[in-house]
Each structure stands twice: as structure tokens, then as C-alpha cells.
Design a protein around this ligand. Structure first.
Ligand code: HEM
Ligand SMILES: *[C@@H]1O[C@H](CO)[C@@H](O)[C@H](O)[C@H]1NC(C)=O
Ligand SMILES: *[C@@H]1O[C@H](CO)[C@@H](O)[C@H](O)[C@H]1NC(C)=O
Ligand SMILES: *[C@@H]1O[C@H](CO)[C@@H](O)[C@H](O)[C@H]1NC(C)=O
Ligand SMILES: *[C@@H]1O[C@H](CO)[C@@H](O)[C@H](O)[C@H]1NC(C)=O
Ligand SMILES: *[C@@H]1O[C@H](CO)[C@@H](O)[C@H](O)[C@H]1NC(C)=O
Length: 375
């Protein structure tokens, strides 16, 4: 008897293996078929999907994906894109998701490039997800992701500061040391608008992105005694500034600038503009991120003795060394959270590390790391 669940899985597998640009090697497909148990106590994480087959612009704020207000218990977090995808039903509206759902949603809804989507998704999963249940909250910690693996693992969701992607010097959200690292902050949005008025004629464009990114770092140096800006945050901060232009601007627009109504829609209301078309080609934010960085380069570092004591940290990888970002993450963050995993947890760590490597690290030719061995 074929359950609808395994049928769905088979269809997903077929779709991926028929794609000529599948993101994952065949031995993993085989491992998945033979290794999976599919019961509540042994959740085998599916491999990441490959790139979109049709990757041009199209209407994505469509009748099948209407914006809906939050219901009691729906979770949202620090990423305006993921919040918006959940509120339009590209992700489960409750905000509790799997890595495959995340990758499919950012690709389908915002045309995020496959390898970038894989890297950031599994960075989030390994740092903040529940590796036993293969679920992650796009916001704060919740029981809906199931019983957590043993400490020091946190499974805290994407709002968890300082491990995966979430970190200091955000554009619209405060630093964790101020107690709230994820809510929309009206004061910061006014600053964002002020910079858009002064440097972008009322729009967020590349000039604004560079100035406001720099300003957000200076703001944290001057106000947050605990400010820290090391890998991966010292890289993702620039990508996020860039992705606002690459992914949140309407795909039919010839001008790379975002108006303030659209910005408020994404950041505060989790809403795409009416009649929104996604980007005309897959976007990873990298080229613009490099330009934003070059306008005001900031070396990785932290405040070491109160505010205004920013000190470079030479042990952190820099934006110019992606493979160092990958190995810092695997060596420090992942092994710090999972010093001695066993059983299903160990297997799922090995798989998630395999999957993250299939993203940007493989494209960048980084040496693959196997801290827990191989299956
Ligand atoms: C096209 C896709 C995406 C776009 C346009 C996007 C955009 C952004 C932007 C603009 C921010 C900065 C918010 C701020 O500073 O106030 C942000 C933050 C964040 N994003 Fe995304 N994102 C995308 C995909 C993802 C994915 C796939 C993940 C992980 C699964 C992710 C996780 C996060 C997290 C954890 C933050 C918080 C970082 C922080 O400010 O501390 N994002 N994103
Ligand atoms: C960040 O926000 C989350 C969600 O509100 C909270 O649980 C967490 O304690 C905050 N701070 C840190 C350091 O993660
Ligand atoms: C800030 O740093 C100090 C010293 O390292 C630490 O005791 C404190 O818990 C930190 N506070 C927050 C909110 O991270
Ligand atoms: C918003 O950010 C400002 C500037 O950092 C801060 O003073 C204020 O307390 C924050 N507001 C909230 C509600 O967190
Ligand atoms: C951003 O907009 C301002 C004001 O119109 C303009 O001077 C600047 O050249 C623009 N930046 C880019 C990169 O187009
Ligand atoms: C990470 O660990 C690997 C092997 O354990 C080592 O070769 C590499 O130099 C380490 N990288 C960093 C950045 O710590």
C-alpha cells in the first residue's frame, strides 16, 4: 500500500533526478532510498532541490498565494523575505518549515539562486534547526519543532542570535544585546527611510545600501558593548543589504531601487507589493554585496571593552574568503553545538553537512569537511 506521503516523496525524487542540473550527487539519492525509515522517531532529511526549471520573472503575488494576516501562534522572525513567503503561503503559514520547503520557497517566490539558497538554508538548519525532526522555526524557539537534541544544541529557530545568520548590525532590527533581535523597529525603519531620502532620492538603491550598511555597523559599535561582527555575520550582513535590491525589487523594473511603501510592506507587514513579479534571473546577492563592502570595508571584529572599542578578530574569515567562512562555520559553530553526536542525530548531522556543501562551498571549490565522518 503506497501512502500519499511516500508518493509525494517519490514524485519529488523523480522531479529532481530528471533535472539535468540536480544539486546532489547520485549516491545520496541511493542512500536516501535505502536509508530512510519514515517514522516519527527517525526522520531522514531529504536532499536539497535543484535549481528552478523555469527561472525567469513571473507574477508571484498571485491568486494561489494571497497575503493573509497572522493567526494566533503563527511565527515570524528576522528575515523579511521568509516572513513574506510564509504570509503568502509559499511556506507553511505557521512559520515551522523544513529545509526543502525553505529552498523551494525562496527559489519560487524570489528567484533566489540555488547554491546560495542551499548554503544559507543549511547554515540556518545546522545552527538553529532541530536536526532530529528536520524542522526549523523561521522565528523564535517553539515546541512545534519537536523535542530538541541535547545541549549545547539549541534548536532555537532563526531568531537565535549569533550562530547561523542572525546577528548584530541589522538594518531594521535591534542587536540581541538590547533584548529584541527580531521585531520590526520603527526607529530603525525611519533611519532606513532617511538614508533612502538622502542618498537615493526616496528609494533604496545601491548607494543607499552601501551607506546604510556602514551606518548600521557604526551604530552598533557606538551603542552595543557586546557588538560582534565575525563570520558568518560579517558576510551575510552584506548579502542581506544586497538582496533587498536583487530580490525585492519588481522583476519587470529596469531600475534597481525599492520604494518605501514596498519596503514597509516587506519589513513590517510581510507583504509583497500588489501584482509583484519576481527577479528576472536567479539572484544570490554576491556581486552587489561586494560593491557594498568595497564602499566602506569593515574587517571582522568585536567591541572588546565596552562601546567604541571595535577590535579586529584575525581568526575570523573575511568576506573575501568564502571557504574560510564555510570552515569557520563547520569547525566552530557546528562542532560547538554538537561535540559528541550519536545515532540518528549523528547521521542527520552528516547529511546536513553533506547538503550544505552542495551549495556555495562546492561551487567555490572549498575543501569538504567531514567532522563526523561519512555515511
Ligand atoms: C531571496 C531570498 C532572501 C532575501 C531577499 C532575504 C533578505 C533578507 C534581508 C534584507 C535581511 C535583513 C533584515 C534586517 O537587517 O533588518 C535578512 C535577514 C535574515 N535572513 Fe534573509 N533573505 C533571503 C533568504 C533567506 C534564507 C534562505 C534564510 C535562511 C534560511 C534567511 C535567513 C535570514 C536571517 C536569519 C536573517 C536575520 C539576520 C540579521 O539581521 O540578524 N534569509 N534577509
Ligand atoms: C533573540 O530573540 C529570541 C526570540 O525572541 C529570544 O528567544 C532570544 O533570547 C533573543 N536573544 C538572543 C541572544 O538570542
Ligand atoms: C554582554 O557581554 C557581557 C560580557 O561578556 C556578558 O556578561 C553579557 O551577558 C552580555 N550580554 C548580552 C545581552 O549578550
Ligand atoms: C529600536 O531601536 C532604537 C535604536 O537602536 C532603540 O533605541 C529602541 O529601543 C528600539 N525600539 C524597540 C521597541 O526595541
Ligand atoms: C541612487 O539614487 C541617487 C539619487 O537619485 C543617485 O544620485 C545615485 O547615483 C543612485 N545610485 C545608483 C547606484 O544608481
Ligand atoms: C577546520 O578544520 C579542518 C580539519 O579539522 C582544518 O583543516 C581547517 O584548517 C580548519 N579551518 C578553520 C578555518 O578553522
Amino acid at each position: 500500500m503506497v501512502s500519499s506521503k511516500s508518493l509525494t516523496l517519490t514524485v519529488a525524487l523523480l522531479a529532481t533526478s530528471f533535472s539535468t542540473t540536480s544539486a546532489f550527487p547520485e549516491y545520496l539519492q541511493a542512500a536516501q532510498v535505502t536509508g530512510r525509515q519514515d517514522d516519527a522517531t527517525d526522520v531522514y532529511p531529504d536532499p536539497p532541490p535543484g535549481p528552478l526549471v523555469s527561472d525567469g520573472t513571473k507574477l508571484v503575488n498571485d491568486a494561489a498565494h494571497p497575503w493573509q494576516p497572522l493567526r494566533d501562534g503563527d511565527i515570524r522572525g528576522p528575515c523579511p523575505a521568509l516572513n513574506t513567503l510564509a504570509s503568502h503561503g509559499y511556506l507553511p503559514r505557521n512559520g515551522v518549515v523544513t529545509p526543502v520547503q525553505l529552498i523551494n520557497a525562496v527559489q519560487e517566490g524570489f528567484n533566489m539562486e540555488n547554491k546560495a539558497a542551499i548554503f544559507v538554508t543549511y547554515a540556518g538548519m545546522l545552527a538553529d534547526g532541530n536536526l532530529l525532526t528536520n524542522l526549523i522555526s523561521i522565528g523564535g524557539k517553539t515546541e512545534e519543532t519537536g523535542p530538541s537534541p541535547p545541549a549545547p544544541a539549541l534548536a532555537g529557530g532563526l531568531s537565535q542570535a549569533g550562530l547561523g545568520v542572525e546577528g548584530d548590525a541589522s538594518l531594521i532590527r535591534g542587536d540581541a544585546a538590547f533584548g529584541d533581535n527580531h521585531s520590526f523597529n520603527e526607529t530603525l525603519f525611519e533611519e532606513f527611510k532617511d538614508f533612502s531620502n538622502r542618498f537615493g532620492g526616496g528609494y533604496y538603491n545601491l548607494t543607499v545600501a552601501a551607506e546604510y550598511r556602514w551606518h548600521s555597523i557604526q551604530r552598533s559599535i557606538a551603542t552595543n558593548p557586546n557588538f560582534t561582527f565575525v563570520a558568518p555575520r560579517c558576510v551575510t550582513a552584506y548579502s542581506e543589504s544586497a538582496l533587498i535590491i536583487d530580490a525585492l525589487v519588481d522583476g519587470r523594473s529596469t531600475e534597481r531601487k525599492l520604494d518605501m511603501d514596498a519596503a514597509l510592506g516587506y519589513f513590517r507587514d510581510y507583504k509583497m507589493p500588489t501584482d509583484f513579479y519576481r527577479a528576472p534571473q536567479p539572484v544570490g546577492g554576491n556581486e552587489l554585496a561586494a560593491q557594498i563592502f568595497m564602499a566602506h570595508p569593515t574587517v571582522p571584529g568585536k567591541n572588546t571593552a565596552g562601546v567604541n572599542s571595535y577590535t579586529p578578530d584575525p581568526t575570523s574569515a573575511t568576506i573575501a574568503d568564502f571557504c574560510g567562512v564555510y570552515s569557520n562555520f563547520v569547525n566552530r559553530t557546528v562542532q560547538g553545538l554538537y561535540p559528541n553526536p550519536t545515532g540518528i542525530l549523528k547521521r542527520n548531522l552528516i547529511l546536513n553537512l553533506e547538503y550544505i556543501y552542495l551549495g556555495t562551498p562546492s561551487a567555490a571549490g572549498c575543501e569538504q569537511l567531514f567532522p563526523y565522518g561519512q555515511l
